[in-house]
Ligand binder design. Structure first.
Ligand code: PMP
Length: 286
């Protein structure tokens, strides 16, 4: 199926969409992105993604090319034109095309490049993996120091995903100075009794939109939330573990570096948080 994509104000067949070879997103990874899930034709936590997009653009001294209402209209139009029931909308804003390659940023008034496209994932929320859980390995965190900015510079996370694949598991958890930072494209959690533990926010990790919602729901459901560092050894010894992201929601983790957690089956806290998250977010979807 030929998708309709959005490029700089136009809705086009994907085969006709064009971006310059001089685009700084292409040459320098000078751009930011967001991925918003669609369930039942509606956008999940759209306001959260708009807030983080604004924050990422601000951190890179780029002007937000659209208001939140305009972003919403573009998302909705793409969902409608592509008949998306369950899936994702990917959004990317780069610093644009200065007409040549140069390390210095071009003039601030250069129009950014704006690209959005959809990915159809029927049954996204009924992923069979949520019933069996993910296995992960740990690998050194070799990314840059501003992981809180959601840039399109995703080479090391891609390499990490490939290391996980080669090891026959589902994902990799990054470790820095002895502590887990996050997964290749998700935030990481462990559970001990009634306590949910996840790394504190800083420049070291992406400030997950799903993380913020899940921690809010966890507190409301009377779980204790501790935002602090944890090691792989502590995680292996925990009752449960899970990850969160906009497209995986809450996904149980059942094995870390070959060691099963508890029974080796998804735990009740991860299952409960997945259920609450999906229920609440479907209700609030726009
Ligand atoms: N950390 C990283 C490195 C990610 O790439 C992602 C997903 N984009 C997340 C965490 C989860 O963020 P969110 O819940 O906003 O999808």
């Amino acid at each position: 199926m030929t998708r309709t994509v959005f490029v700089n104000g136009d809705y086009l067949p994907e085969t006709e969409a064009k971006v310059s070879v001089f685009d700084r997103g292409f040459l320098m990874a000078d751009g930011v992105y967001e991925v918003t899930s669609v369930l039942g034709g509606k956008l999940i936590d759209f306001a959260g993604h708009c807030r983080r997009l604004a924050r990422s653009l601000d951190a890179l001294e780029m002007t937000n090319p659209h208001s939140d209402d305009e972003w919403l209209a573009i998302h909705r139009e793409l969902v409608a034109r592509n008949g998306i029931v369950d899936g994702m909308v990917y959004l990317q804003v780069t610093r644009g095309n200065p007409g040549d390659r140069d390390f210095a940023y071009p003039a601030a008034d250069l129009p950014p490049t704006v690209v959005l496209f959809t990915q159809s994932k029927p049954g996204l929320a009924e992923s069979p993996a949520a019933k069996t859980g993910w296995k992960v390995i740990s690998i050194p965190d070799m990314r840059w120091g501003r992981r809180d900015i959601k840039t399109v510079q995703l080479l090391y996370p891609s390499m990490g995903k490939m290391m996980a694949k080669k090891a026959g598991v589902d994902d990799a958890w990054f470790v820095e100075d002895g502590f887990v930072t996050e997964g290749t494209s998700n935030n990481a959690y462990i559970v001990k009794g009634n306590k949910i533990i996840t790394r504190q926010l800083s420049h070291d990790i992406l400030h997950g939109i799903t993380r913020a919602a899940v921690l809010r729901f966890a507190r409301e459901a009377q779980f204790e939330v501790e935002e602090r560092n944890f090691s792989i050894a502590e995680a292996q010894d925990a009752d449960e573990a899970f990850i969160t992201s906009a497209s995986a929601f809450v996904m149980p983790v059942v094995q870390i570096d070959g060691k099963d957690l508890g029974s080796g089956k998804p735990g009740p806290v991860a299952a409960r948080m997945r259920e609450i998250y999906l229920e609440e977010m479907r209700k609030a979807a726009v």
